[in-house]
Design a protein around this ligand. Structure first.
Ligand code: HPA
Length: 262
């Protein structure tokens, strides 16, 4: 069986046991090792990678994004579906809803953000007109009904450096600049995926209204609790989509000009 789909589990999504014949594989990459759980789901090989580690020990700014994406590509994944908890800036996206983000704004500050670090492969400027794979997003949307989630098919994700939450002034600015949801991990993950020609889409789960919109202060516990309440629906959305997703790929993600060869 060929591996095709990789799932990157964000906050609250750590458990690979939904997969059968589960194996742990330690993958060597130029950026260090990455631990991947590999198993099968309804006849399809799936790789699972918990972004923050199994016990949520790795904060957003310390995640080895390059090792994770390189490792998934190396083991043969060609499509990634990731999850991410987010705060909402948009009343049309209340807590409990799922947003299939289609754009991002990058406010990270000090992360390794590219595979094209030192120009050895030439100077590469990758196109990000359509940052998320339109085909995987379409499959997620088409298979969303059984999950029972309210799924929105658009949304601009603002990525902050973290690990602190935002100030109300920052949120006010992000909102006036077109942001819909805010989180700390989607960049550079989405960027690196495209740089190696991987299809990548994210299911964000709104866990709270962002700072200053929320009537109370924000806590990580609140985020975890909201994720826990919705985890079965998120799993249904992702695994239901994987089960139905055809093997053929028609989008252009793999044909990224100048892509890095793993
Ligand atoms: N801000 C940043 N990251 C988050 C939030 C938030 O409000 N909620 C969940 N992840």
């Amino acid at each position: 069986m060929e591996i095709r789909v990789g799932v990157i589990g964000g906050t609250g999504v750590y458990d690979p046991k939904i997969l059968e014949d589960l194996r742990e594989i330690d993958v060597d990459t130029p950026y260090g090792k990455a631990l991947i759980y590999q198993g099968s789901f309804q006849g399809k090989e799936v790789c699972f990678l918990p972004r923050h580690g199994m016990t949520h020990g790795v904060p957003p700014h310390k995640i080895n994004y390059r090792a994770n994406i390189w490792a998934l590509k190396k083991v043969g994944v060609n499509r990634i579906i990731s999850t991410a908890a987010v705060g909402s800036l948009n009343e049309e996206m209340p807590p409990g809803s799922a947003v299939l983000i289609d754009q991002f704004i990058d406010f990270t500050k000090q992360r390794a953000l590219t595979f094209f670090e030192d120009g050895q492969e030439g100077v590469v400027h990758t196109d990000f007109t359509e940052p998320y794979c339109p085909e995987v997003r379409k499959h997620l949307l088409e298979n969303s009904a059984p999950s029972g989630l309210k799924v929105l098919d658009y949304g601009t994700y603002v990525c902050t450096e973290g690990p602190r939450f935002e100030t109300p002034a920052e949120i006010k600015m992000f909102r006036s600049w077109g942001g819909d949801v805010v989180g700390m991990t989607n960049v550079p993950e989405v960027v690196l995926a495209r740089e190696v020609g991987l299809c990548y889409a994210t299911v964000t789960l709104v866990t709270n209204y962002a700072a200053g919109i929320s009537k109370s202060i924000l806590t990580h516990e609140e985020v975890l609790q909201m994720m826990a309440e919705n985890i079965d629906k998120v799993k249904q959305l992702i695994m239901g989509t994987i089960a139905k997703m055809p093997k053929e790929v028609q989008c252009n993600c793999e044909k990224t000009p100048g892509k890095m060869v793993v």
